[in-house]
Structure formats: structure tokens, C-alpha cells
Design a protein around this ligand. Sequence first.
Ligand SMILES: Nc1ncnc2c1ncn2[C@@H]1O[C@H](COP(=O)(O)OP(=O)(O)OP(=O)(O)O)[C@@H](O)[C@H]1O
Length: 486
Amino acid sequence: MQGVERDFFRTIRDAILSNPFGRTRQELDLVATGLPAETPLKEILERLVAKVGQHIHEVESRQVELAAEDRRLLEYGKLFYTFHLFCDAYDEHIRKQEVRGETCCQVVFARDVLSMLTGYGFSEPDALRLFALFFQMRRAYYFIRTIAGESRSVVGFRHALWNNVFTGDIRLYNDYLWDRMEDFSTMILGETGTGKGMAAAAIGRSGFIPFNPKTSTFSESFAKAFIAINLSQYPEQLIESELFGHKKGAFTGAVDNHQGIFARCSPCGAIFLDEIGDVSVPVQIKLLQVLQSRTFAPVGSHKVERFQGRVIAATNRDLTALRKLGAFRDDFYYRLCSDIIEVPPLRRRLAEHPGELRLLLEVTVRRILGKNSEEIVERVETYIERHQPSGYSWPGNIRELEQCIRRILLNNNYLWQQQSEDGSPQQLARELEQGECTAQQLLTRYCGHLYRLHGTYEEVARLTNLDRRTARKYILAAIEATKGNG
Ligand SMILES: Nc1ncnc2c1ncn2[C@@H]1O[C@H](COP(=O)(O)OP(=O)(O)OP(=O)(O)O)[C@@H](O)[C@H]1O
């Protein structure tokens, strides 16, 4: 290869290895095409793919033995070219599979990709793995892209999600880690309604799924690969059974065998433990044992089963505070946090980027109506700008914004949640400092605060050393007081 050509292929290598949600990728695409920055992304990519194809053709038609580095660079060029030629076909397949759900769809273009890769000199096993890796990359891109937003923190959030799937170096992922991700757990933190569930689904649906050339299908549907459970929904006695399953007759009411989510999760899948901050210490201990040994037994059974999927957990609770209080075990926390991803609150996003509200309105209105409507976006935006109390903090985040849009559509009216500091730990500390609190008020506030953190009367009673009925009385008084303020 000559100097300019080698530089071009180096840029292409760096482009395919880089995180598509980062700036570097966009810059590399521009460098490689020489197009001005304002060119639409679609056009840049089309031009680039054509240019890569042309360069591959030129190098190969010279029929000259290449030096080792050039051969490797050319290989990256071929991977880039094949991947991008089939991006639309992969997207079409993803959409089809989303509709079909858990049954695997045939991959109609598999032969074309595989024969292109083997024609380029990749061995058959390598071609099969690359074909599955391309599918994984496209899936991750497809699902992470649905997380809308242009603010700095959302751009960083998408970037972090991609790295969570492929690590910070996709070359190392491809060489060593693609089938060894099971111990990479993820903790997603963020306020209610910020999109933690959406992020978990994007990660969970983006695991590596091998391709089976005999059936011409991937070995499993990505729709089946992500299993979510909201742990705050289940009473203590049922959580274990939901997680690990139970045997018929294991307890009163266990009329049949029941498969828990750990048993349903495949090796290329992930389980999502939502509201992990709400589970009791005994359940944390059991979960920790399973995550350490990778084995579990259904309630009432001695049959040990193996779990191979990834674990994603999320909470809107303050885990640091819970850990200090002993309500969330440190060993469990460290088992869950190979990666910690923070989802930015809506107010930060709005403060960072002036166009963020408009963009979110466009996306949400499209979701509500099933189509775009400039008129409705305009109407909602005008209403929000005119009526939103200054400094409003959007405590319900995107979920609240969605309801706000619906309410404006229905009634041309939205009742902003009153912001009250009352009951916050800061307010309580101030009142204590100033000596303004009676013992009754103090207990009411403190129990209310603990209840917000832990969510059960039992836990508040345990932490305060009060009996359950007394704790409940103070909690109810705290809730009443907040209503009065709201
Ligand atoms: N960036 C985003 N772009 C578009 N929609 C979003 C985005 N983030 C969140 N949403 C939407 O906001 C709603 C709330 O998201 P989600 O349920 O994932 O939040 P959450 O943080 O898991 O909430 P909770 O803590 O209450 O469980 C969903 O309808 C989701 O589709």
C-alpha cells in the first residue's frame, strides 16, 4: 500500500473499532471522506462505504503480496465494508424479530454475508462468528439509539451503554471476551422515570447470540434474551420463588412446578433486577450466593441448576445511604457493580441543552400518536414554556413529561407537582440545628424519611427500634403531612 492509502485504511480501522456514539467516530468518518462537517450523516456514510469498496478493489486488483500490517488493515477495510453493506438488512431483521417475539426468524441474507466474508479470505468459523458479531453490533446500535437526547449527559450515557456491551475496546472484546461476559454485572442508578428500564433492555437485548447455519437462524431471539423482574412488586415470601422457581408442594399454594427467572435466562441473555434497592437483606444474601456460585435450586428442590446469563440491576434509591444504614450489603453491592451507569435526570438534561425539551417532545408525541405532528409539539412546548413554574425540577422525569403531554392534549392543562422541601433530610437537619422540632415531629419526619428510603414498615421499625405499629403510625403521619404540603 502507498502512504495515503495506508492512512485511509488506518482511519477506517479506527472508525470500525470506535464507539459509534462518540465524537471520534463522526470525526473519523469526516476525515476519511473529506466532506464538510455539515454533511448529513447518512450521506457521509454512503460516500464512505463506496470509497472503502473502491479502495479494497484497487488494492486487490494489483495482486501484490502485502506486508503483515497492510494485510491486517485491508482486513479491517473488508469488515467495515461488509458490515455497512448489510446494515439495512440487519435492521430489517431486527424489526421482524421484534414483531415475531420469542420464535427465531430465518435470516434471509445470511448466505450473502457469509459468502462475502469467506470470499474475502475469512475462514468459515471466523465468518460465522463475525456474522453474529455484526448482528450484535447492529442490535446494540439499534436499541441504544432509541434513547433520545442531545444533551451532554445523554450523549455520555449512550456512549457508556455501548461500552457496557463491547467494553472500551471492541478489538479486545472480539479477541477475548465475546463469550465471557457473564460476570460483567451492571448497576444502573437514576431517579424514577429517567429511563433505567430502557437502558437495561438495550444492554440485555444486545448480548452475543451465535448463528446456526443449519437452521439459518440465530440460536435465540433477542426478545427472549432479556428477562426483567420488578422486585418491589413481590411480597417477601414470593420473591425467592419468582427468582429461583419452586417445586410443586414446596409451600402452601405451590400447586405446580414454577420456573423462576434464573432458570428462564439463557447463556446469551440477561436478567434485569429492577428496584434492587428494595430487597431485604436475606434476599440479598441468597442472590449473592447465586451470583457467586452461578448455581441455584428452586424452592423445595435439591436439584442444582446453573445460571449463565448477565445480571443488570437498577434502583432509584440512594445506595450509599442504604449501605451506610446496613440495609444494602457491601458484598452484594460489589458483586453487582462491574459497571455503574448513571442515568441523568431530566432537569440536568434540560439545563445542558436548549433543544432537549423540543427533541423529547417530538419523540414522545410520535410515540403517543404513532406519527409526527409539528402542530402538537408546538402546542405542548408553548404550554410548558408559559406555565412551568420557574426552576421546576421534573421529579418524575421523562415519565412525568409523557403524562404532562397527555394531560395537555386532554385538558390543555397540567398540574405541576408542588415542590416541597418538607420531610427532606436537609430540612430535617436545619430544623434540628435550629431546635425547632418536637420529639413527635422528629420521629414523624425521621420515620417518613426512612420509609422513602426503604419502602416497608418492617424495615423502618427495625432501623428505629420501634415496634411495627408505632413505626407505621409515624409513617402515616409523615405521609399525611406531605399531602398537606403538596
Ligand atoms: N431518552 C429517552 N428517550 C425517549 N424516551 C425515554 C427516554 N428515557 C426514558 N424514556 C421513556 O420514559 C419512560 C420511563 O422510562 P423507564 O421506565 O425506563 O424509567 P425508569 O428509570 O426505569 O423508572 P422507574 O425507576 O420508575 O422504574 C418510558 O416510557 C420510556 O420509554
